[in-house]
Design a protein around this ligand. Structure first.
Ligand SMILES: [Zn+2]
Length: 236
């Protein structure tokens, strides 16, 4: 199991809790800190070379974002997400990503569309290289820009939380190269509708993207867990 030796010491004078949070969440999303890894505040503080209180704050934020969980008598650990939880998250995300794409289409400037296009081009290049963590980051980046352009704070807050947890489970449940290729094509469909200023089309395409993701996850889960999903999850 990868461990906290991967983490680098922080420079003094930074907004330490922010920096610690960013580094820890990144390590979790890149699967350098795997599900179940204990997040010991004294140990992390030593490793990051900062005092305990910003680390404690960062860990609290990870818990709030769903990337970590408090376990009685064990303290905080990196979250583990079961297939059924993941499906539930994606069902909510499907509707909200559709809404975000519709609002973003109505509000996007030419600069916003150029940024999205840049991300799609980077994503296509990275896909060829097969670098899975970079793929996940660019996938996330595409959705992050749409969320920002949609300019609805409540929507952003909910999607951020769901997205973090959903990407976390991508690593714990399934790593499929095919997913990246399909996801990239689906991102392009959202983008094309936005460029055409077709808000309903963008909403439809975004919902379809997440709906396809649900199918791909179900398929991959069946491959990992023999037997019906519900039976496999029960008792785990
Ligand atoms: Zn996506």
């Amino acid at each position: 199991m990868a461990d906290i030796d991967e983490l680098q010491a922080l420079e003094p004078g930074d907004l330490l809790a922010d920096r610690a949070y960013r580094q820890l969440s990144r390590a979790i999303l890149r699967n350098q800190l795997e599900a179940g890894t204990p997040l010991s505040v004294p140990e992390l503080a030593r490793r990051l070379n900062i005092s305990r209180s910003p680390v404690r704050e960062a860990v609290q934020r990870l818990i709030y974002d769903g990337l970590a969980a408090n376990v009685p008598h064990r303290g905080a650990i990196v979250s583990e997400i079961k297939p059924d939880d993941f499906r539930g998250l994606l069902e909510v995300r499907q509707v909200l990503e559709g809404l975000a794409a519709r609002l973003a289409t109505q509000r996007a400037t030419d600069d916003d569309l150029r940024s999205l296009n840049d991300v799609l081009e980077d994503h296509a290049r990275v896909h060829e290289s097969g670098d899975e963590p970079a793929n996940v980051e660019l996938d996330t980046r595409f959705h992050t820009i749409i969320r920002e352009v949609a300019a609805n704070d409540d929507l952003s807050t909910i999607l951020l939380r769901i997205q973090g947890r959903a990407h976390l489970s991508r690593f714990t449940l399934w790593r499929a190269r095919r997913n990246t290729q399909d996801a990239l094509a689906e991102h392009r469909a959202v983008f094309d509708a936005m460029v055409a200023r077709d808000a309903e089309g963008a909403e439809r395409a975004a919902r379809q993207h997440i709906s396809n993701l649900i199918s791909r996850v179900d398929e991959a889960t069946r491959a990992i867990l023999p037997g019906p999903l519900s039976d496999a999850v029960r008792g785990s």
